[in-house]
Design a protein around this ligand. Structure first.
Ligand code: PRX
Length: 643
């Protein structure tokens, strides 16, 4: 494999790829229509989004499209009443979609389950009823700590259907991390599984929930446990219930709760650099409009598609591109329980050919990982069903882009590099299948989305120059708040620095042709294999070890994960750095935060660089690591910058 291209050579990447003529003819949005959409959205952005909203079903339409009287606390579609689940399920069972597959699930051992829209609708109703019977009401928070199972999707939809707010925690997180997430949202109920299959092993999950609930998650009244693998499971009388038992007597038909467009749909944690992770809130109305329009445009959804987004359901990609987006679009969504390399490095391609996947959307980190094993693995399978590829999560880089395009997409499938965030809810910058592509570029903002690349003063930077990526206009799927103490100020801060423009925290540049290139995060959020982790969260975990006095963690480039964590540690008096201690600290942090956290290396130091006010200057450490000039915008870390 060649070394990855540097950012400079990426920005000068001259190769362009055009879609095949047949694809342009068949696309839902052809080039003329795209131009028309862009023109309309520029002239009348609210009208553009209103048309998108008109494609969905509402119990009551909006009084106006956007209320910006309390900006940046925007309210999309105020006065409207809807339920996103009505649009994901009920709407389809009135049409030919009723008996179409909504969900295909494959377990790691190779078992499989399938649900039509009608079957999924009925299962969701039964679990909604069970939640109600267990005392969950509109507005209550439900924590979901689940592997990728059909019941995970059912639980999300069942919550939303009755107006409860789901909050997923990735099943790789530890009991401690789960406990703080449950507490953060005051969850009333937890949905989990007894165990699941991963890398040929059975991983127990329920004991982690038990541990999380010991000594302080008082808000939780009940735990519902989905049976997945045969393991011994302790059930606490009166608190714990088997999923099969609670749904048994519930009705299969029940109406969805009528929600205000701005009522919360879900909460999702993301990591903040300066302290606790942020808890992003999305709501029913604007989110469904934004996600539905952008997903159908970008992935050109056809009635015969099998749509596979490989993201875990615990991330925003899982919410928007595995559950809500595909179901809003009436397509068939696929989920896989296990490890991508189990039992060997062709598992993903085996699934593509087995089910005839047509759209394959994944994280660039996964492609980098699979690339290492060589093209002989995809070659073992017939991948001719694929017509579109997608990537997300971090800059993919030209080498990985080209490998994915050639070896998976046969050099024929457009590769759609979608830029977005937990906060944006929907795709923001992305090509469409008809677009001209440059490997490594996310191309342009979608119609109705307006972005800019600006310097520290907020002025647009010229082509080829790095700057801060900002979104200059509200968009319908934007977060509707940050939950918890201090959330309001955090939210306001994201819009404050550049007078109402949303600061994404990413550094980007635009080339002479107007193509956008994402260069990475400007703040102290690490993006390890597509998982965002706050430097502060990692440092706190180090500091719980008795040998550690001070800790600073920075992200350093990593071929496989995109970014990896490097720690700088000042030891307590009397302790000396050693290889043994380094390994001990690495394991300690994994125990604290869960196996998702990989610390690449640990360096012992006498002191750490700090600001006058005592804040650690991670930027200086990072620049020394990467050889970058500390004045470089790409590592900008102004004291006044919102995280
Ligand atoms: O830095 C950007 C990177 O992922 C961040 C958002 O992370 P999260 O909220 O976890 O959502 C990830 C999936 C939507 C962004 O600020 N990122 C996301 N997509 C891309 C990307 N970086 C480069 N290219 C992308 N396509």
């Amino acid at each position: 494999m060649e070394p990855s291209a540097t950012l400079d050579s990426l920005a000068q990447e001259l190769r362009v790829f055009r879609p095949l003529p047949q694809l342009v003819v068949e696309a839902n949005v052809n080039p003329q229509e795209l131009v028309a959409f862009r023109r309309q959205a520029e002239r009348d952005p609210l009208g553009y989004w209103e048309e998108a909203a008109d494609e969905l079903d509402w119990y009551r339409k909006w009084d106006r499209v956007l209320d910006d009287s309390d900006a940046p606390f925007y309210r999309w579609f105020p006065g409207a009443r809807c339920n996103i689940v009505y649009n994901c399920l009920d709407r389809h069972i009135e049409t030919a979609n009723k008996n179409k597959l909504a969900l295909i699930w494959e377990g790691e051992p190779g078992d499989s389950r399938k649900f039509t829209y009608y079957e999924l609708y009925r299962e969701v109703n039964r679990f909604s009823g069970a939640l109600r019977t267990l005392g969950v009401k509109k507005g209550d928070r439900v924590a979901i700590y689940m592997p990728p199972l059909p019941e995970t999707v059912i639980a999300m939809l069942a919550c939303a259907r009755i107006g409860a707010v789901h909050a997923l925690t990735f099943a790789g997180f530890s009991a401690k991390a789960l406990r703080s997430r449950i507490r953060d949202v005051d969850a009333k109920l937890v949905v989990t599984a007894d165990a699941f299959y991963r890398n040929g092993q059975i991983i127990k999950l329920k004991p982690i929930v038990d541990e999380a609930l010991v000594g302080g998650a008082d808000s939780v009244d009940s735990v519902v446990v989905v049976h997945r693998a045969t393991v011994e499971t302790d059930m606490q009388e009166g608190r714990d219930f088997w999923y099969d038992d609670v749904v048994r007597r519930e009705r299969r038909e029940a109406p969805a709760e009528v929600m205000d467009a701005n009522d919360p749909l879900f909460l999702l944690h993301t990591s903040g650099a300066a302290g606790a992770p942020k808890i992003v809130q999305h709501s029913h109305g604007g989110y469904m409009v934004g996600v539905s329009r952008t997903l159908t445009h970008v992935f050109d959804i056809k009635p015969t598609d099998i749509f596979w987004c490989t993201a875990d359901l615990g991330w925003i990609t899982g919410h928007s591109a595995v559950v809500y987006g595909p179901l809003l679009a009436g397509t068939t969504t696929l989920i896989y329980e296990g490890h991508p390399n189990y039992p060997q490095a062709d598992r993903m391609w085996n699934i593509v050919s087995k089910y005839g996947v047509t759209v394959f959307y994944t994280a660039s980190t996964l492609i980098r990982m699979l690339m290492r094993f060589g093209p002989q693995y995809p070659r073992m399978h017939d991948l001719s069903s694929l017509r579109l590829l997608g990537t997300v999560g971090e800059p993919i880089g030209a080498e990985t882009w080209l490998w994915f395009y050639r070896h998976i997409g046969r050099g024929e499938c457009p590769l759609l590099d979608t830029w977005w965030q937990t906060e944006t809810g929907m795709f923001m910058i992305s090509p469409l299948p008809i677009s001209i592509l440059k490997p490594g570029s996310v191309t342009r903002a979608l119609p109705g989305v307006e972005v800019d690349v600006v310097d520290r003063e907020g002025a647009s930077v010229p082509p080829g120059k790095g700057g801060l990526l900002v979104v200059t206009r509200p968009w319908p799927a934007m977060m509707t708040g940050l939950y918890g103490p201090g959330g309001e100020e955090q939210y306001r801060a994201a819009f404050a620095r550049f007078h109402g423009r949303y600061l994404t925290g990413d550094v980007a540049s635009r080339d002479e042709d107007g193509f956008l290139w994402i260069l990475g995060r400007s703040d102290d959020v690490l993006n390890i294999a597509g998982h965002r982790l706050g430097a502060a969260e990692l440092e706190n975990a180090f500091r719980t070890h008795p040998a550690v006095a001070e800790a600073a963690v920075v992200g350093v480039p990593d071929k496989i994960r995109g970014e990896a964590a490097k720690a700088f540690i000042v030891l307590v008096e009397g302790r000396k750095g050693s290889t043994e201690l380094m390994v001990e600290l690495q394991n300690h942090v994994r125990r604290e935060l869960g196996p998702v956290v990989v610390i690449k290396s640990v360096e012992f130091r006498e002191s750490l660089p700090k600001t006058r006010s005592g804040k650690i200057l991670r930027r200086v450490l990072k620049c020394a690591e990467t050889g970058a000039d500390p004045g470089d915008l790409s590592t900008l870390d102004d004291e006044d910058a919102p995280e």
